[in-house]
Structures are given as C-alpha cells and as structure tokens.
Write a protein that binds this ligand. Structure first.
Ligand code: TXA
Ligand code: MG
Length: 356
C-alpha cells in the first residue's frame, strides 16, 4: 500500500482487500482522539471518536465549523446504534432494513452517553451505516462509532476525492484514507424519525420516492426545497442554514424548460464574456450542443440525474482551480436525485436563481 506524508498528514492509498488490514493504524489514531478522513459512498468524511467530546471539538476546529452544527455518527453494524439511541421507532427499523448500508441518515432520540459536543447540543443523534467497504473496515478497526461530517473546510463543496480532502485539510488532521472517487457524490439524506410522519431534513442520496415506497407519508422540510434563502430559525437540520457548497466564483442557476434555459444561459454568457469575465456553462448532455463555441462543461445527463450528482462538487471545485468568475448552471427537474441536486445548486448559488 502506498503511503505519503503531506504537510504532516499521512495519506494512505487503499486500493484492494489486503490494504484493508492496514486500517488498524487508522483505528488506533481514532482511539487516541485523533482525526482521520475516510471515504464513504457519498462524500469523504472527517472521522473522530463520536463518544469523545474532545475529538468532536477537534473536528469543529479542523473544519472551521460552527459548533451548533451536529455531526453524523457512523456505525458498521445496525446493533451498534443501541448504546447511542434511547428508542428505535418501528418505522426506523423498516428503513434500516431497506436502506442500510447506504446513504440514509436517521435522526434518533439520543442517550445521555452521546456527548452533546457531537450532537451540537441537541437531544437527538443522527446515525448512518455507510455502504463503502473501506468506511466499514475503518469503523470496525476503530471499535468506536465515528463522528463524521463531510471532510471539507466549512462552506466549501463536499469532497468526492482524496485530493479534495488534501486541498482542504492536509496539515490539520492526522490521516487521510484515499480510496479514489466516491460514487454517489452528494451527501446522505437526513431523515428525522423522532417525528411522525418522518421528515426529510436534508435531501440526499436516497430519494423521497424511494423512502415513500417504505413509508408512504414521509414529508420534506419545506426549507430544503424552496427557492429563496431559508429564514433563520426555520431550518430543522442546523447545517442547512449555513452558506454551503459554495465555490469561489459566482453561481447563477437558470431554471425552467431545457430549451428556454439554454437560450437564456447563452445570452447571459455573452453578456459576461463581453465584460471580460471568465465564464463557464455547467450544462447537461441533452442541451450542450446549444451553446456552440461557448465554454461548456457537461456535468451529466438529465436522463440520469445520478450522473449529475456524482460530478457536481468535483466540477465546482475545478472551476475554482481554474479561476472561473461566473458559473452558469442549468436547473434540472426536482424529482428523484434532482431534488438533491437542486438543493445543493441553489445553495451554491446563494439562491441567485433565474426562472425562464
Ligand atoms: O453523506 C453524508 O452524510 C456525509 C458522509 C461523510 O457520511 N456526512 C455529512 O455530514 O454530510 P455533515 O456534517 O456535512 O452534514 C450533516 C447534516 C447537517 O446538515 C446537520 O445539521 C444534520 O446533518 N444533522 C446532524 N445531526 C442532526 C440532528 N441530530 N438533528 C438534525 N440534523 C442533524
Ligand atoms: Mg457538510
């Protein structure tokens, strides 16, 4: 297995089954209260011992994250939630059965043993069981539940490669486990099962439609789907109120029928280009040819919204590296993963939305 040290942070490249045994060292770091970034099927996480308030404190410091924003706790086996939660509602059992391992985080009533530094002061705890062999081997090696927010500096797009984590956190944490690209590319769905019916607090890798197959009356926190900035105090997942996912360039989302979107984006592009601005169009396969010679990056296909989710954060980071000043992004239909994509895009745009 390849090992590299970057600014004092050890980077382990895990590429095959044999490499998983080397995760023992990562587990030891967690038991000593250190931080280790690890891959999941959604995005990379910044792991620390969820039962150690000091480790939680280090996570907030390394990310520059407000400490009222609770952390998701990762487990490797469903039974491992028992010492963390006061109660497992029947509906949660059905959801775990169907969607774990996978990109679904459930919010439970927390036992007092879960440090309030981990839960951001709340009496609830968000838990998930990730569908990534390296994540599971790492959690098992730690023999501790792992608190893990996305492994980006607060406010930056979530990391979908180890290079993204290195760019944000090398020199700030003990280790980064590199397993290449994550698959889903957007974070898990956060579902509150302490209320009836359960409510989506953050759309993510498991869609509303999928959840409704198991729990038909699941609702969505309206602040996650609105097209204006949520009012402070209205947001139920504390993390959703912060400026998030934002690249350094200005993002503008154009929403409506695809042909009309393309026409408006082309006109906007020409206006910014005439001002000498460095502009890029984040397009879909279906519309890319409408932009002619204009600088266009194809993020994925409308017919496969998962392809857009998988590339979104990586593209936003790349535009930053290239010094892009204006990103003109096509809106997509808010169904399936489109709901998640639009939630992230609108936030990245600071709700700068043009409807056509
Ligand atoms: O896919 C993911 O969920 C990734 C990977 C690493 O697992 N993690 C992640 O964590 O996205 P983070 O910390 O970046 O986002 C967690 C979200 C935040 O919006 C937070 O406010 C919400 O979940 N959350 C956590 N605990 C909560 C709780 N007890 N009640 C309500 N919302 C909670
Ligand atoms: Mg995050």
């Amino acid at each position: 297995m390849e090992v590299e040290v970057i600014k004092g942070t050890k980077v382990l490249k895990v590429r095959n089954k044999e490499d998983l045994e080397a995760l023992e060292e990562a587990g030891e770091l967690i038991r000593r209260g250190e931080l280790v970034a690890f891959p999941t099927e959604t995005v990379y996480g910044l792991g620390g011992n969820a039962l150690d308030p000091e480790a939680a404190g280090k996570i907030y410091a390394a990310k520059g994250r407000p400490s009222d924003n609770p952390l998701i706790v990762h487990v490797a086996q469903p039974e491992e939630i028992k010492p963390l939660v006061r109660e497992v509602p029947e509906v949660a059992e059905r959801l775990m059965e169907r969607f774990w391992p996978g990109p679904l985080t459930l919010v439970f009533p927390a036992r007092p043993e879960v440090p309030r530094r981990t839960t951001g002061g709340l009496d609830t705890v968000a838990i998930r069981l990730p569908a990534h062999p390296v994540a599971l081997a790492f959690i098992a090696a730690a023999r501790r539940p792992i608190a893990g927010p996305s492994a980006n500096l607060s406010g930056r797009p979530s990391p979908t490669t180890a290079e993204h984590v290195i760019a944000d956190l090398a020199g700030r944490i003990a280790m980064i486990i590199d397993a290449g690209h994550t698959g889903v590319g957007v974070e898990s769905t956060v579902l509150d099962v302490t209320v009836s019916p359960p409510q989506i607090l953050r759309p993510g890798g498991i869609t509303l439609e999928e959840l409704r197959q198991v729990v038909p009356d699941v609702t969505v926190d309206p602040t996650t789907v609105q097209d204006t900035p949520p009012a402070v105090g209205r947001v139920r997942a504390p993390g959703m109120k912060y400026k998030h996912y934002a690249p350094q360039g200005e993002v503008i989302v154009v929403e409506g029928a695809p042909e009309r979107i393309a026409a408006r984006i082309a006109a906007l592009y020409d206006g910014y280009a005439a001002q000498g601005k460095k502009v890029v169009i984040m397009a879909t396969c279906e519309t890319a040819s409408a932009y002619g010679e204009r600088r266009t990056a194809v993020v994925g296909a409308r017919a496969d919204l998962g392809s857009i989710a998988a590339n979104l954060f990586d593209f936003l980071r790349r535009f930053d590296e290239e010094g892009v000043e204006v990103i003109l992004a096509e809106g997509v239909e808010m169904v399936g993963l489109g709901l998640t994509v639009m939630n992230r895009l609108r936030k990245a745009a600071g709700y700068h939305i043009i409807k056509v």
